[in-house]
Design a protein around this ligand. Structure first.
Ligand SMILES: Cc1ncc(COP(=O)(O)O)c(C=O)c1O
Length: 460
């Protein structure tokens, strides 16, 4: 972090940062990253950091995959831009659509491209509304998502999101967005309640909410298979099975947000497969292009697609899309990314190295600061608590999780702290055993530093 380097000065003078404490930035300065190599990034002073979050859960192939750079360059020289409106299409987008549908879970039929996870979720909301209008159900429009969900930052996506920081003072959520329970067993379960009993209680709460709102007014339910930015929350046993039964009962569309889980993160190609989900719509982004260029997509079932076709015939157009939907350059990079996933068997890689990361995370479960240690595949978290016996959290103002992340950075690893003093791990999927060990050594040192700070300040 610097206040005085030329890049830091330019940044502070001209750049308005997203998702940042702008006042703290003025006093601490930015961390200016200049290059990447494998799972590492380097700052302007040449210090190396193991990127334990793959940036924002997205740099699945690390930071120096030459094949992706070459794919982008090749496409730039052949066709740097074309669009997909009015029946036109860049050729490379047809290859990407085919490649995506080949790996998509059964039931998916067509893919609609956009540029970010937020846009994809925004699009999914519009599709749910459009479908219900097409079906003659103009009142069936409410969207249910979960507290602590993170679905992005556009107006609809931030309304789906269930985290205060994305909504407070932005006048969100907008009407028609309703939130149900977050399936966080560690925080939400009653004393002695089994995972199954907890899941049954949450499913019952969802049903009560639907009945209160009126089943004829509820269009869709959005969920990440594993919640990411809400705290890496792995659903309790039988949760999705029960939730999906309720959705079927009341004819409610299911949208799976695979923006983080998609492309191997949970140890299957999609989180949908890890948890046996049968969504009507899936949203993907991030690792679709290994994070190298912005691209996202909605995958829809044949049933949804048929409705869109019929309605567009009636209206004369399917009136949705962006200038950059299926942009050829990110499409070429995504296509190359999917080829690499197949050639290197990315799912097998995650299954091989994932258990090492999970064991290392859980090895801290007995630490006095760690209330819960969890995860699967190559995603995980520890939840820091003031009192291990009662699960009592720290005062958020104490910034305990943020302190740990600063110390981890000092020791050479980038991690992320989330509301509730939850520290997340989501490294590039190409991480090796030795790099997992290094990441977790940095974390262990940071945890000890944090424990020393907590004792010194009398926080626990
Ligand atoms: C699960 C999930 N959905 C949607 C988004 C939004 O994606 P984007 O930042 O590309 O708009 C994110 C971003 O972190 C995410 O984690």
């Amino acid at each position: 972090m610097s206040l005085t380097s030329p890049a830091a000065r330019r940044d502070l003078a001209y750049h308005l940062h997203p998702t940042t404490n702008l006042r703290a930035l003025q006093t601490e300065g930015p961390l200016v990253i200049t290059r990447g190599e494998g799972v590492y990034v380097y700052d302007e002073e040449g210090r190396r950091y193991l990127e334990g979050m793959a940036g924002l859960w997205c740099a699945s192939l690390g930071f120096s995959e030459q094949r992706l750079a070459e794919a982008a360059h090749r496409q730039m020289t052949v066709l740097p831009f074309y669009h997909s409106f009015s029946g036109r299409v860049p050729a490379v987008a047809t290859l990407l659509a085919e490649a995506l549908m080949r790996i998509a879970p059964t039931g998916m039929s067509r893919v609609l491209f956009a540029n970010s996870g937020s846009e994809a979720n925004d699009t999914a909301v519009k599709l749910c509304w459009y479908v219900n209008n097409a079906l003659g159900r103009p009142l069936k429009k409410k969207i249910v998502s979960r507290q602590r969900a993170y679905h992005g930052m556009t107006i609809a996506a931030a309304s789906l999101t269930g985290l205060a920081f994305a909504q407070t003072d932005f006048d969100l959520p907008i009407p028609r967005f309703v939130h149900t329970d977050c399936p966080h067993y560690y925080r939400g379960a009653l004393r002695g309640e089994s995972e199954e009993a907890y899941a049954a209680r949450l499913a019952d709460n969802l049903e009560q909410l639907i009945l209160r709102e009126g089943p004829d007014t509820v269009a869709a339910f959005f969920a990440e298979p594993v919640m990411g930015a809400g705290g890496v929350i792995v659903p309790p046993a039988t949760y999705f099975e029960r939730i999906q039964a309720i959705l079927k009962k009341y004819d409610i569309l299911f949208v799976a947000d695979e923006v983080i889980c998609g492309f191997g993160r949970t140890g299957n190609m999609f989180g949908t497969q890890t948890f046996n989900l049968t969504p009507d719509i899936m949203t993907v982004a991030k690792a679709l292009s290994a994070g190298y260029l912005p691209i996202s997509a909605n995958l829809v079932t044949g049933g949804v697609y048929d409705i869109l076709v019929t309605q567009s015939e009636k209206l004369g157009i399917f009136g949705h899309g962006y200038t950059y939907s299926a942009h050829p350059v990110p499409a070429a990079v995504a296509l190359e990314t999917l080829k690499i996933y197949e050639e290197r068997d990315i799912v097998a890689m995650v299954r091989r190295v994932g258990p090492r990361l999970q064991a290392a995370i859980r090895s801290h479960a007995d630490h006095p600061l760690v209330g819960d240690a969890r995860g699967l595949g190559l995603i995980g978290a520890v939840e820091l608590v003031r009192n291990k016996a009662t699960n009592e959290a720290f005062d958020p103002k104490a910034g305990v999780g943020a302190f740990l992340v600063r110390r981890a950075q000092h020791h050479g690893a980038i991690l992320r702290s989330m509301p509730g003093d939850i520290v997340a791990f989501s490294p590039p999927l190409i991480i090796s055993d030795a790099e997992v060990d290094e990441l977790m050594r940095c974390f262990a040192k940071a945890l000890d530093d944090t424990w020393a700070m907590v004792k010194e300040r009398g926080l626990a």
